[in-house]
Design a protein around this ligand. Sequence first.
Ligand code: SF4
Length: 227
Amino acid sequence: MKGFVREIFSSLQGEGLKVGQRMTFVRFYGCNLSCAYCDTKDARSPKGHLLYNGVMYANPVTIDFLLDKIADRSVAITGGEPLLQVDFLKGLCHRLTESKKSLYLETNGSLPENLEEVVGFFDTVSLDFKVPSATGQCPLWTEHERSLVHAVKKDVFVKVVITNDIQLEELSTVCRIIARVRKDIPLVIQPASGERITRLLELQKAALQIIDDVRVIPQIHKCLGLR
Ligand code: SF4
């Protein structure tokens, strides 16, 4: 079985509740969305080479090819949107769990059926909820809620990237979906860039009226000058 992978690298987790943890990142090619703030556009398309340790390799690659390049105990599966290659992902996760790796999934929360197929392999799921004011795209509330219903079997948190244009109603919708599934699922509010701290605190306070755990966490890797 072969899949399309953009890059493999070891670094610290820069977002969400596992921030600071050392992980090997496996970044899959392909995405079904096109968010305005996307910082991994090169992973969306076209399907180019895989980059590892400064060397380019031709895609598609086998699972065995990937395995000996994954050095850390924790592995972040990211993209693009990794659930688009669900059969390859399943095969890779199977081998990684055999090697006792701890698996972390980053997904845009738009493919609930695919998530259901693989969620059992993961220790942690970082589930993005996309708000139209930041993505410039149509809302995906139904897909997000169905994804969260699957992900809640695991250690899960919801992440929402926001800009200064966010509407309070959008954030309230995110919180109401979380509350319907389980009120104590953490929500991470992640500023896209340069959002005012007073606004962030205001949003956090409003969200805490609906759910129990709301944290404002910027992208730490960017603060540290990492990729
Ligand atoms: S879902 Fe992620 S990878 Fe896809 S366009 Fe949005 S930010 Fe980029």
